[in-house]
Design a binder for this molecule. Structure first.
Ligand code: GLA
Length: 733
């Protein structure tokens, strides 16, 4: 049992293996948040909240006379506008033509075994052998028939608690929501660091850590996608928390659209976090008996540092969010033709690539952009999802059959959400694009976005996808999305707010992906948005892997993949070996190093395999063979960051350790070289102390490798690297 309810005290205590989360209904029916942190017991923690007569902090109507009682500094479970709380709020709601105001009080609860789901939205699921409990706490406005049900899913063993909220209008008149967040989370002690992952196109998820100061900090996206620029995963940690020490909270929003996290340090040094949908231009109407359901947030607490926190996140997303048939299968190693040919290809060239794919021992050829409509550059053709047979020189089926004939699987690129103005689709349906009549649209990569909030548009896209997928043996789709959504106006329903259209768009996108995967359950979907512009937990519900960045430079990837590892499973990180000089930054790195970096995730190649030298081909064959031999370890081993590429100039190291500790792979990339160098000793993590491990013919105890470390060979050139396989000596005999 994970959820304890003391009926008399109206105390709700959620227990996981290593953490405790508690709420209490006070004497006025207000739901207080009393504790979240290191595992405790079911004691009533409300004694920690000292009532106090605090100037300029008012009392709700029914607390008249008691100046020590104020929503303005009490830790609240779901803060709203309307009861005298002046901090950031989770919910702003009111009658359509009236003021936003709520004062939520406890109404009832329900407790049941299993995990709630959020119809139409991605969310964690229980799975067959996992004990999960759901708690629903319903609050009601003091004055009106408006209800908020807070949903909690407790994954006891995994140290994870999920949250979402359902807002229901039982009034006759229409109510509007102007902000409806997934959670509020109050901490009495706000002395914390905020760790978040900012970035840009070709430079996603850069870790930044800073102390939370007084005022309001925001991590958000208004781009209609989670975006390259901020990620909907963040961490609140103790000031002294490091990889293996200290308290920290991981917060991951299961949503792929515009989002907002706000962190406020208040007048008495408490801290409040609210997070969920971005409320810019958001007005959602609720008619009588209608409900609005927010996206889900996944919370995990670690009292033992960031490594444990990442392990919790990686494992819960892998086991309880990713549904793909492929999640525990060896993912196909692939070669993508984008950086090999860009738009200049025909079937002959693709078959030459496919032959190399077979020769190197890889599994799949992926045909990227340019195979459909009129698409020889990125200014036209999006929306016309019919094969350009003239360009290919044959039908798609003929091409795929020939590729398959070489023993190679076939995958394809699509960007179904978009339309080029120079396309047959746009000429036929200009109103299908998101734009405001009378205003020139903002163009980005010369393309507009289709209005997925419209059913007719969704049906068209579903049909296009189905026609392509059923026309040939296509086993993988790279689903791209190559621009930000600025304005979101639905011409058929001009009264709907832009924020609401943005959210409906996301629901529409999820519906289309669900439809595609229901029809093709064994299809491997790889998410992409100009690289990692939609790398979020929402997408992982559909695509078990995501193209991590359009930046394929091995050295810049170190930071991108490092940042990504904090909140996401490494099996989700698609990474490829590309050509040198690198196409994005001109850097030259050894082939070996590019291979080692790409093996950090779902491995592949993105260069003209026909142009490899004999030596490179030999290395590529060895890389493919090594990756496949140890694929289970790369895909599902425990992942350790051994140092930080943000702080350390000389080298970056990481490792994978098998769950049974029988083997480990440690990778090191030298990011700077020195004359007369000092020797670098890298300490392994996660090995069994008493087991002997063999590395390059020498035997070391786990304790020695973890305490003393392994002495690295001196790098022989710029960006040199090494990968060490440590195998338990006894299983070698
Ligand atoms: C995006 C993707 C690339 C490639 C191009 C094709 O930028 O991230 O990998 O598919 O589109 O246009």
């Amino acid at each position: 049992m994970a959820i304890y309810i003391d009926q008399e005290k109206k105390l709700f205590t959620l227990q996981t293996r290593n953490s405790t989360y508690q709420m209490k209904v006070d004497e006025k029916g207000v739901l207080l948040h009393t504790y979240y942190g290191e595992k405790a017991d079911e004691s009533d923690f409300s004694y920690l909240i000292g009532p106090f007569d605090r100037g300029f902090s008012g009392q709700p109507g029914d607390a008249c006379g008691d100046r020590t009682y104020s929503m303005d500094y009490y830790p609240l479970e779901y803060p709203v506008l309307g009861n005298g709380d002046f901090r950031v709020k989770a919910l702003l709601a009111g009658p359509k033509d009236g003021p936003a105001a709520l004062d939520l009080r406890y109404a009832s609860y329900e407790l049941w075994d299993g995990k709630y789901d959020l119809t139409g939205l991605p969310a964690l699921f229980a799975g067959e052998d996992t004990c999960v409990q759901t708690l629903e706490i319903t609050l009601k406005d003091l004055y009106r028939e408006v209800y908020v049900t807070l949903l909690y899913g407790v994954f006891e063993e995994q140290d994870v608690i999920t949250r979402a909220a359902r807002i229901t209008n039982r009034e006759k008149e229409v109510w509007t929501l102007r902000r409806a967040m997934s959670l509020g989370l109050d901490f009495l002690q706000g002395d914390m660091d905020l760790i978040h992952f900012y970035g840009k196109h070709a430079g996603e998820r850069q870790l930044e850590r800073r102390p939370v100061m007084h005022g309001i900090e925001e991590i958000s996206s208004t781009r209609g996608a989670s975006g390259h620029h901020h990620n909907p995963f963040m961490i609140l940690s103790g000031r002294d928390t490091v990889e293996d020490y200290g308290a920290c909270y991981g917060i991951s929003l299961v949503y792929s659209g515009s989002f907002k996290f706000q962190v406020e340090k208040d007048q008495i040094d408490g801290l409040r976090l609210v997070g969920g949908l971005n409320d810019e231009e958001f007005v959602w109407e609720l008619a009588e008996n209608e409900s609005f359901v927010t996206p889900e947030v996944v919370l995990t607490y670690s009292g033992q540092g960031l490594t444990r926190l990442s392990g919790n996140m990686q494992s819960i997303l892998h086991k309880h969010l990713i549904r793909s048939w492929w999640k525990d299968q060896a993912r196909p190693t692939l070669a993508n033709n984008w950086e090999a040919t860009y738009f200049q290809f025909d079937a002959k060239k693709l078959l030459q690539l496919a032959k190399e794919v077979a020769d190197l021992g890889l599994d799949m050829l992926v045909l990227d952009d340019g195979w459909f409509g009129k698409r020889d550059d990125d200014t036209s053709g999006l929306g016309d999802w019919f094969v350009n047979e003239k360009k290919l020189g044959c039908s798609l089926k003929e091409l795929v059959d020939q590729v398959n004939g070489l023993g190679v699987k076939f995958g394809i690129w699509m960007e179904p959400e978009m339309v080029s103005e120079d396309s047959e689709l746009f000429r036929a349906h200009p109103d299908w694009a998101l734009q405001i009549p009378g205003r020139a649209p903002v163009r980005s990569r010369d393309q507009l976005i289709l209005d997925l909030s419209r059913k007719d548009v969704r049906e068209y896209i579903k049909e296009c996808i189905e026609q392509i997928l059923s026309s040939a043996n296509i086993e993988y789709v790279k689903w791209d999305m190559n621009r930000s959504m600025d304005l979101a106006f639905n011409v058929t329903e001009p009264g709907v707010s832009q924020g609401a259209v943005r959210h409906r768009y996301m629901l529409g996108l999820y519906e289309i992906m669900e439809d595609m995967l229901t029809r093709h359950p064994k299809l491997l979907l790889e998410g992409c948005s100009g690289g990692g512009g939609r790398f979020d937990a929402g997408m992982l519900y559909y695509s078990p892997q995501i193209w991590c960045s359009d930046n394929t430079d091995a050295i810049e990837r170190l930071r991108i993949q490092y940042g990504t590892s904090f909140g996401y499973p490494m099996s989700a990180v698609a990474a490829h070996v590309s050509a040198c000089p690198n196409h994005q930054n001109g850097r030259v790195t050894p082939f070996k190093t590019r291979g080692i970096c790409a093996m950090q995730g779902a491995f592949g190649y993105e260069l003209d395999l026909n142009k490899l030298s004999e030596q490179e081909k030999k290395e590529a064959k060895e890389q493919a063979a090594f990756y496949k031999k140890h694929q289970a370890l790369f895909q599902s081993g425990d992942y350790y960051r051994l140092n930080s590429p943000m702080d350390e100039r000389a080298y970056t190291a990481w490792s994978y350790v098998a769950k049974d500790q029988s083997k480990a792979i440690l990778s090191v990339v030298h990011t700077d070289v020195y004359a007369n160098p000092k020797r670098i000793r890298v300490r392994f993590k996660g090995l069994c102390e008493k087991t002997s491990y063999r590395i390059n013919g020498e035997v070391y105890t786990g304790a020695a490798l973890m305490r003393g470390g392994y002495v690295l060979p001196v790098p022989e050139c710029a960006y040199d690297s090494c990968m060490l396989l440590a195998e338990a000596a006894d299983i070698l005999q």
